[in-house]
Design a protein around this ligand. Structure first.
Ligand SMILES: Cc1cc2nc3c(=O)[nH]c(=O)nc-3n(C[C@H](O)[C@H](O)[C@H](O)COP(=O)(O)O)c2cc1C
Length: 382
């Protein structure tokens, strides 16, 4: 298999076909299918919410590249009068710096430094983006998932139900009745860095109660994207257990927060922590939802690390933003170049990694095929 992989790496570096998962299945007998929010995906690679899913052009480019799904930029919830309890997150900031950051052991990885937060334009503009995403989803081109940051009260204060109701219902109406609204609820790193998140009991209450407030407004399939709180690994596991019962999918875990510089960051410290916590928890007891990994995913091998911990899909941001010189492909959009490296790299790609797992006896062919989702089934059985 290594000679054809070398040839595919070479030629797809000039142009990656949108239907590459089909090619992988025919040429390598490898089924890359993944799953996010209970929906089957042609492969497990999606885009995390952020600055790369802000407009229709970005969505169309990603659909053409063959990305499996994209989570739209996080919008800040509002009530019918436009009031936003979390207005401090709707700030405008355009400048982003893609740079290297060393983890405590010294290993340098990519991070994006940015002081911005959520959607900073009108809610009506967000609904227009959701409409475009819905059409691409229905056409089978790209699964698009809106993302919201809702009001989070202090202990003893009530949730602002009007913001939950108005925002969720507007999104659900825009999505239409064909299927429940797919939705991600963002608990962001800047929230982790905020005074609001200094109290453990307060965070656990949000995780237990927020899904109910969203579901009371409209039928949804809900992914809860957990933050890395500024506490220890044991609390991170407590957060998982608190959020699981109300969530169809858990996205694990958003970036770390550098309190000194006042910015969120990624790199190896992020993936080390995420994988360490996931490895220890296995999966929340009695919960059958999907796990979706996020954090420092820059190779197919790293996708397999998250899969080993139960993640049936992954969502990346930083790896879609690197300088062009960092990708091995010579042509294509950033999304195409990233997918090319993640899947076809002869040493670090998903195909190479799955063939290696087979050679080591850690993944077996069924009906002649190696299946990505078998890694998740094996994890569930453990
Ligand atoms: C510039 C930037 C903006 C982001 N904005 C959001 C956001 O609005 N909502 C959200 O849920 N995550 C946001 N994220 C987090 C990413 O979706 C992703 O989960 C995180 O960066 C970890 O993945 P990565 O290491 O591949 O970047 C943002 C990340 C970056 C770098």
């Amino acid at each position: 298999m290594h000679a054809p992989l070398g040839r595919d790496f070479e030629r797809f570096g000039r142009a990656l076909p949108r239907e590459f998962p089909q090619h992988v299945r025919e040429a390598y007998r490898i089924d890359l299918a993944g799953s996010y929010l209970g929906t089957a995906l042609p492969h497990p690679i999606g885009k995390g919410s952020g600055q790369l899913s802000l407009n229709q052009k970005q969505l169309e480019e990603d659909a053409a590249a063959g990305l499996a799904f994209t989570v739209l930029k996080t919008v800040i919830a509002q009530d019918e009068a436009g009031a936003q309890a979390m207005a401090a997150w709707a700030i405008h900031e355009t400048r982003m710096t893609v740079e290297q950051r060393a983890a405590p052991g010294g290993r340098a990885g990519w991070t994006v430094t940015w002081k911005g937060r959520g959607w900073d334009r009108a809610f009506a503009d967000y609904l227009a983006l959701v409409r475009a995403g819905r059409d691409l989803s229905r056409a089978g081109m790209l699964r698009c998932i809106p993302s919201v940051k809702y009001h989070l009260p202090r202990l003893g204060e009530p949730f602002r139900a009007a913001e939950y109701r108005f925002t969720t219902q507007a999104l659900a109406q825009t999505w239409g009745r064909e299927e429940p609204l797919p939705l991600e609820k963002d608990f962001s790193p800047t929230l982790a860095g905020d005074a609001l998140a200094e109290d453990r009991a307060q965070i656990l209450r949000w995780l237990r109660e927020v899904p109910g407030h969203i579901r009371a407004a409209a039928p949804v399939r809900l992914a809860v994207k957990l933050m890395n709180a500024r506490f220890d690994d044991a609390f991170q596991r407590e957060m998982l257990a608190a959020a699981a019962p109300g969530a169809d999918t858990l996205v694990v875990f958003n970036r770390l927060f550098d309190a000194e510089r006042g910015v969120a960051y990624g790199g190896w410290e992020l993936s080390d922590r995420n994988l360490r916590v996931l490895d220890a928890v296995r999966r929340p007891a009695g919960w059958s939802g999907d796990l979706c990994g996020t954090g420092n995913i820059c190779s197919g091998r790293m996708i397999l690390e998250y899969a080993r911990c139960g993640c049936s899909a992954v969502q990346l941001h930083t790896f879609f933003q690197l300088p062009l010189s960092a990708y091995p492909a010579a042509a294509g959009s950033r999304t195409q170049r990233a997918l090319h490296a993640l899947v076809f790299h002869p040493e670090d790609g998903l195909i190479a990694g799955m063939l290696e797992l087979e050679a080591r006896g850690q993944l077996e062919r069924r009906g002649g095929e190696l299946r990505f989702l078998d890694l998740i089934d094996a994890h569930r059985r453990r």
